[in-house]
Design a protein. Structure first.
Length: 172
């Protein structure tokens, strides 16, 4: 296996404080951004000498994630805080699979070697390029809420609810 990755990201926010109901109240706006580029190659090697003889995976991927959020903390009384907010997320994917065909059921041509991988034939033997590019994107809205009970200094109980999201591996 050989893997090369690069990640770049940024995050920022602005928070405002104010007094209402005799307590400190907070509001926050922010953003996050992340971009990943990765290349991965996986080859089979001969046990006797370590020489590669088949390529199983050869991927180049670019993924991006951009999000914005708003968050508020409301304290109606000194020992109780309600926090909540919403975040919007956008994910984009671009994957170049340089080894898109790994199986040919009915190969064409007498010299076909079914153990090499990265074929230039479709499953029924018709010619095709061995690479294939796939792109997609998705977005979601993620709400969350937390109630914090702090009856005395240095102690707090909390109950929360929220939705989360996780990016998938570009291989899939």
């Amino acid at each position: 296996k050989s893997i090369d990755t690069t990640t770049i990201g940024a995050r920022g926010s602005a928070r405002w404080h104010g007094k209402a109901l005799g307590q400190k109240q907070e509001f926050e706006l922010g953003y996050l951004a992340r971009g990943d580029r990765a290349e991965g190659v996986q080859e089979r090697v001969q046990a006797s000498n370590g020489v590669p003889y088949a390529k199983e995976v050869d991927l180049e991927s670019k993924t991006a994630n951009v999000g914005i959020y708003a968050d508020a903390a409301v304290k109606p009384i000194g020992w109780f805080t309600l926090k909540g907010g919403v975040r919007g997320e956008l994910f984009t994917y671009e994957v170049l699979n340089r080894c898109a065909v790994s199986d040919v059921r009915f190969p064409a041509g007498a010299g076909f070697d079914g153990d090499t991988g990265c074929f230039s034939q479709q499953p029924a033997g018709e010619y095709r390029l061995p690479s294939q590019r796939t792109t997609t994107s998705g977005s979601t809205i993620l709400p969350r809420a937390v109630a914090i009970f702090g009856p005395f200094e240095g102690f707090a109980l909390s109950a929360g609810w929220g939705r989360g999201v996780r990016a998938i591996d570009p291989q899939f």
